[in-house]
Design a protein around this ligand. Structure first.
Ligand code: SAH
Length: 214
């Protein structure tokens, strides 16, 4: 067994311990190397279960949270998925293993560009990353089977709700502050929306408008 194999085994073991049980999700996360999405001084911590800083003052989420959110989204192979909050691109890459097509958007152009480079390097051809404000939805490709928001909103954004197909699911961290947020699973029903609170989480805020480039 090489050091890499052992690292990967420990990574997946930690995910299972924290409640990521679905085989398809575990396989996707075993396959997508988180190390490819973490740069610089934090690169050697890529396989630990912690969020890490990325460019533009943002963070790559904790792997177990990525796993639990992906599991909650119940993605099927024929699905078209929207992610709001590309960040490093890691979550989109995991989703790309489970869905037919993934659209991911971020308000920071630099993050989108860097994520596109990693997707190309890893040969992930079913992801489209774009710089746009996700609070306004993504009408060009709507409606979606699944929507994942990886930044915290005060309320699930209306344009995103309206872009969910009937029976569609959105997972979104909701909270009025930086410290107390709950992960909410929204299901579009015949007559409206069902809301289910899953767990406490902590995400960077969803911010309206495009990011200032530096
Ligand atoms: N999913 C990412 C982590 C996301 S961090 C990963 O796997 O690495 C949250 C991201 O949401 C940040 O990159 C931030 O720029 C982005 N974001 C915040 N508000 C946004 C908005 N209105 N539209 C699009 N992206 C937004």
């Amino acid at each position: 067994m090489t050091a890499g194999d052992e690292q990967r085994m420990r990574f997946v073991f930690a995910l299972r311990q924290r409640g990521v049980m679905e085989m398809r999700v575990l396989e996707a996360m075993e396959k997508i190397d988180r190390g490819a999405f973490v740069k610089g001084i934090f690169a050697d911590r890529a396989y630990e279960d912690m969020p890490l800083p990325i460019a533009c003052g943002q963070t790559i989420s904790q792997p177990s949270v990525v796993g639990l959110m992906t599991q909650a989204l119940a993605v099927e192979p024929r699905h078209k998925v929207l992610e709001v909050g590309t960040g490093s691109g890691y979550q989109a890459a995991v989703l790309s293993q489970l869905a037919r097509r993934v659209y991911t958007v971020d308000r920071h152009r630099r993050l989108v560009k860097e994520a596109q480079e990693v997707f190309a390097r890893l040969g992930l051809a079913n992801i489209t990353a774009l710089a746009t404000d996700g609070t306004r939805g993504f009408p060009e490709q709507a409606p979606f089977d699944r929507i994942m928001v990886t930044a915290a909103a005060e309320d699930p954004p209306g344009p995103l709700l309206s872009e969910l197909k009937p029976g569609g699911i959105m997972v979104v961290p909701v909270g009025q502050s930086d410290t107390v947020q709950s992960l909410v699973k929204v299901t579009r029903t015949e007559g409206g929306f069902d809301y289910e609170e899953l767990r406490q989480v902590r995400f960077v805020p969803l911010v309206e408008g495009m990011g200032q480039e530096n």
